[in-house]
Design a binder for this molecule. Structure first.
Ligand SMILES: *[C@@H]1O[C@H](CO)[C@@H](O)[C@H](O)[C@H]1NC(C)=O
Ligand SMILES: *[C@@H]1O[C@H](CO)[C@@H](O)[C@H](O)[C@H]1NC(C)=O
Ligand SMILES: CC(=O)N[C@H]1CO[C@H](CO)[C@@H](O)[C@@H]1O
Length: 231
């Protein structure tokens, strides 16, 4: 009897995306790759888009219930050295293609009168200034603002849209840039939990926001930052 009750509780806590179709951009590496794996594990049929080139051809993608806008690019350096082409590339990938894909998915959801959930991978850099990140910060600030405004516009149609705002995450790229203690030290000092994030910690937050467990949450920007923004 006891076993049966425990089993029921555990199975109720599981997130299932059975019968749902999900689209994930930036899916070839790092956070995106692991989001794809997790969604498949939860039973979703996943369309993984790796390159911006493929994004542009996204028309006949079929019905999509869940969207993760994860494609992103960072070009860093002091403002005085920023080139016009850097600004164009950052805004093209971090916000323009996100708007494009979101529009395609929202149109499809509206046409089917279906509920949906969309999660944008933003950054802590949208909510706090970081050295050498001026244009990157601006592009992620645009992601947050777009998320809020879209949530307002499509809430009445039961389309939820949120973003997650990770600090430095230990992807292969994150390890490359942040393994030197001289570089990492000053950043870690500002993170109350005194460590960088793990990929799975972003994947878990994205999964939660996509699922019905977050059914009353829309228009939010959820920091995954070990408390960085609270100081
Ligand atoms: C989205 O991208 C397609 C393909 O490049 C383009 O034809 C369309 O105008 C874009 N829409 C928006 C709103 O940017
Ligand atoms: C910003 O970038 C410049 C040049 O790439 C570098 O010399 C400088 O140390 C960086 N500043 C910080 C605070 O990381
Ligand atoms: C500080 C920062 O830029 N953090 C992360 C933002 O999100 C991307 C994923 O799109 C991560 O790669 C960054 O580490």
């Amino acid at each position: 009897m006891v076993f049966i009750i425990i089993f029921i509780i555990i199975s109720k806590m599981e997130i299932s995306f059975k019968g749902k179709r999900a689209l994930v951009t930036g899916a070839s590496q790092g956070i995106g790759r692991d989001i794809v794996k997790q969604l498949v594990k939860c039973g979703a049929q996943v369309i993984a888009v790796a390159r911006n080139q493929e994004l542009l051809g996204l028309k006949d993608v079929g019905p999509i219930d869940l969207l993760v806008n994860n494609a992103g690019l960072a070009i860093l350096g002091p403002l005085t050295e920023v080139k016009e082409e850097d600004v164009d590339r950052l805004f093209a990938i971090n916000i323009k293609s996100l708007i494009n894909v979101t529009q395609i998915v929202v149109k499809d959801l509206l046409a089917r009168n279906a509920p949906g959930s969309i999660v944008n991978v933003s950054s802590q850099a949208s909510l706090a200034g970081l050295n050498n990140h001026t244009v990157y910060c601006a592009s992620k600030g645009a992601v947050d603002a777009f998320t809020r405004a879209t949530a307002l516009e499509y809430g009445p149609k039961q389309i939820r849209i949120n973003c997650v705002n990770p600090t430095v995450i230990m992807t292969d790229m994150g390890k490359l840039g942040w393994s030197d203690p001289k570089v990492a030290g000053p950043m870690l000092e500002k993170i109350p939990l005194r460590r960088f994030g793990e990929v799975q910690e972003v994947v878990d937050a994205v999964t939660y926001l996509l699922s019905d467990k977050s059914s009353m949450i829309t228009g939010t920007c959820l920091p995954i930052d070990g408390g960085y923004l609270s100081s």
